[in-house]
Design a protein around this ligand. Structure first.
Ligand SMILES: Cc1cc2nc3c(=O)[nH]c(=O)nc-3n(C[C@H](O)[C@H](O)[C@H](O)COP(=O)(O)OP(=O)(O)OC[C@H]3O[C@@H](n4cnc5c(N)ncnc54)[C@H](O)[C@@H]3O)c2cc1C
Length: 433
């Protein structure tokens, strides 16, 4: 079966740009044309209108995880037990929410400035559970979310069924004020389309390594060419090791998702003619589900640490898992109702915090989106550009201070530990897939 992203398939593609060939000189080089790299390029172009900025991607731009994600614009994560008000982790949670709030504002600003039509919905989303025991300490969680600036309320039973059009979920916390939903491929393609004239993009140009040069510049080597620049921003997320940056303490995760056909008028009527919605699980390996504005259902219920990419045969197995998840919520849906299934890579860290660093003079890098890079990547791109340009702000300082990804044991110890942890989390999320 084909690995085909439903969001990309429904987004008008832009003409391909040439691959890199020969040697190029630039003032600035951005590596990776996802949300982070594109926002970095936009910000650099604004800060340095006369500069020559080059942007490189190993494939077509705007077609990686930035187009393949579930489209949640995250201002408030589900607070963990140690992050509840009064606990040791609350102060950090509050700071993270303030950063994420600023990140969602960055998305709103980009969408408005570039007139990006990406089905942006300022509707909040739900942290919902099938097993009522998976939503504990509701009052403390609501108080924590309120204290961190969210709008939040508890909803359960019939009221929840009426809102979501499925009896699968028993209870939920709706969370708004910053949290939003969008069509990810349309958002990132909009960023690509709006690139200013002083940004030159080369597609299908994988960078294989970075080389310091005698006069202080850095040379990025690609398969058929190279770019020499004084300042380089690495925005590769899960792929950061590919340019030789091995110390980010981040690791890749491969996720898979499916999108159905649009529901028929009759199916939609029987659901109760509900508004589009998004549901996140309270467990790390639980399902993310959306009802889209064009009445399709999207489900993402696999996330794996792997040492090699999923083959198409393996994706077919994951798709059966998607069907099971769909049928728990909408029993009439079957495998033939799935129009698209795809995979994507994100970058995770042990602490949940990013790697956001000045690697050395002229070289800056970010990774470790931890599944919230639609908003955070939009902000990090700008902040990385500002930092490398010598600007500072309380927000930038706050991001730098929180950027402590944690320590990872060396491989193969890490591989074994990660696989074990995934198994445990999969069991814990069994009722929520
Ligand atoms: C299935 C799925 C669901 C997700 N859901 C959500 C969600 O709902 N909300 C949310 O906030 N986040 C979500 N995420 C995470 C989100 O997609 C990422 O955080 C975000 O896309 C990060 O953007 P980025 O630009 O940093 O990285 P990417 O989008 O991964 O961009 C990196 C770019 O680098 C390019 N590249 C790789 N190697 C090289 C090389 N050697 N040379 C040049 N270029 C290279 C890639 O082609 C890619 O275009 C999800 C991710 C997945 C996979």
């Amino acid at each position: 079966m084909e690995n085909s992203c439903g969001w990309i398939a429904q987004t008008q593609s832009l003409p391909a740009r040439a691959p890199l060939s020969g040697t190029h000189q630039a003032d600035w080089l951005v590596i990776g044309a996802g949300i982070t790299g594109l926002c970095a390029a936009h910000s650099l172009a604004q800060l340095h209108p006369q500069a020559r900025i080059v942007l490189l991607d190993r494939q077509r731009a705007a077609q990686g995880a930035s187009a393949r994600n579930s489209g949640f614009v995250v201002a408030h994560e589900y607070p963990g037990a140690d992050e509840l008000m009064g606990r040791g982790g609350f102060a950090g949670y509050e700071v993270d929410c303030a950063i994420s709030q600023a990140a969602t504002q960055e998305v709103r600003k980009r969408v408005a400035t570039h007139h990006i039509d990406c089905d942006f919905r300022d509707s909040g989303y739900y942290f919902a559970v099938h097993d009522r025991d998976k939503l504990e300490q509701v009052e403390a969680r609501l108080a924590t979310l309120h204290a961190a600036g969210a709008a939040a309320h508890f909803v359960q039973g019939e009221a929840l069924r009426h809102t979501l059009g499925t009896a699968h979920y028993q209870a939920a916390i709706w969370c708004g004020n910053g949290n939003a939903l969008l069509q990810p491929a349309k958002y990132v393609t909009g960023l690509l389309q709006a690139l200013p004239a002083n940004v030159t993009l080369f597609e299908n140009s994988p960078v294989t390594g970075l080389e310091p040069m005698a006069h202080g510049a850095i040379r990025a080597n690609a398969v058929n060419g190279s770019v020499e620049a004084r300042q380089v921003l690495v925005c590769l997320n899960a792929f950061i090791p590919r340019v030789g940056l091995d110390h980010s303490a981040s690791f890749p995760m491969e996720l898979s998702a499916s999108l159905t056909r649009p529901l028929t008028d009759e199916e939609y009527r029987q659901m109760g003619t509900v508004e589009p919605w998004g549901v996140l699980s309270t467990r790390p390996l639980g399902a993310t589900v959306r009802l889209t504005p064009d009445r399709r259902v999207m489900i993402r219920n696999t996330a794996e640490y792997r040492t090699r990419d999923l083959s198409n045969r393996e994706l077919l197995q994951r798709r059966r898992h998607h069907v099971q998840g769909l049928q728990r919520r909408f029993p009439w849906l079957d495998e033939q109702d799935i129009h698209y299934s795809w995979t994507g890579h994100l970058s995770a860290t042990r602490s949940g915090q990013p790697y956001f660093a000045k690697v050395r003079d002229g070289l800056y890098a970010v990774a470790g989106c931890n599944g919230a890079g639609v908003a955070r990547g939009s902000l990090w791109g700008r902040l990385l550009a500002e930092w490398a340009s010598g600007h500072t702000s309380p927000l930038l300082q706050s991001v730098i201070q929180r950027a402590q990804p944690g320590w990872l044991p060396p491989r193969p110890l890490f591989d074994l530990g990660a696989l074990l942890r995934m198994r445990v989390e999969a069991v814990r999320a069994r009722s929520e897939i």
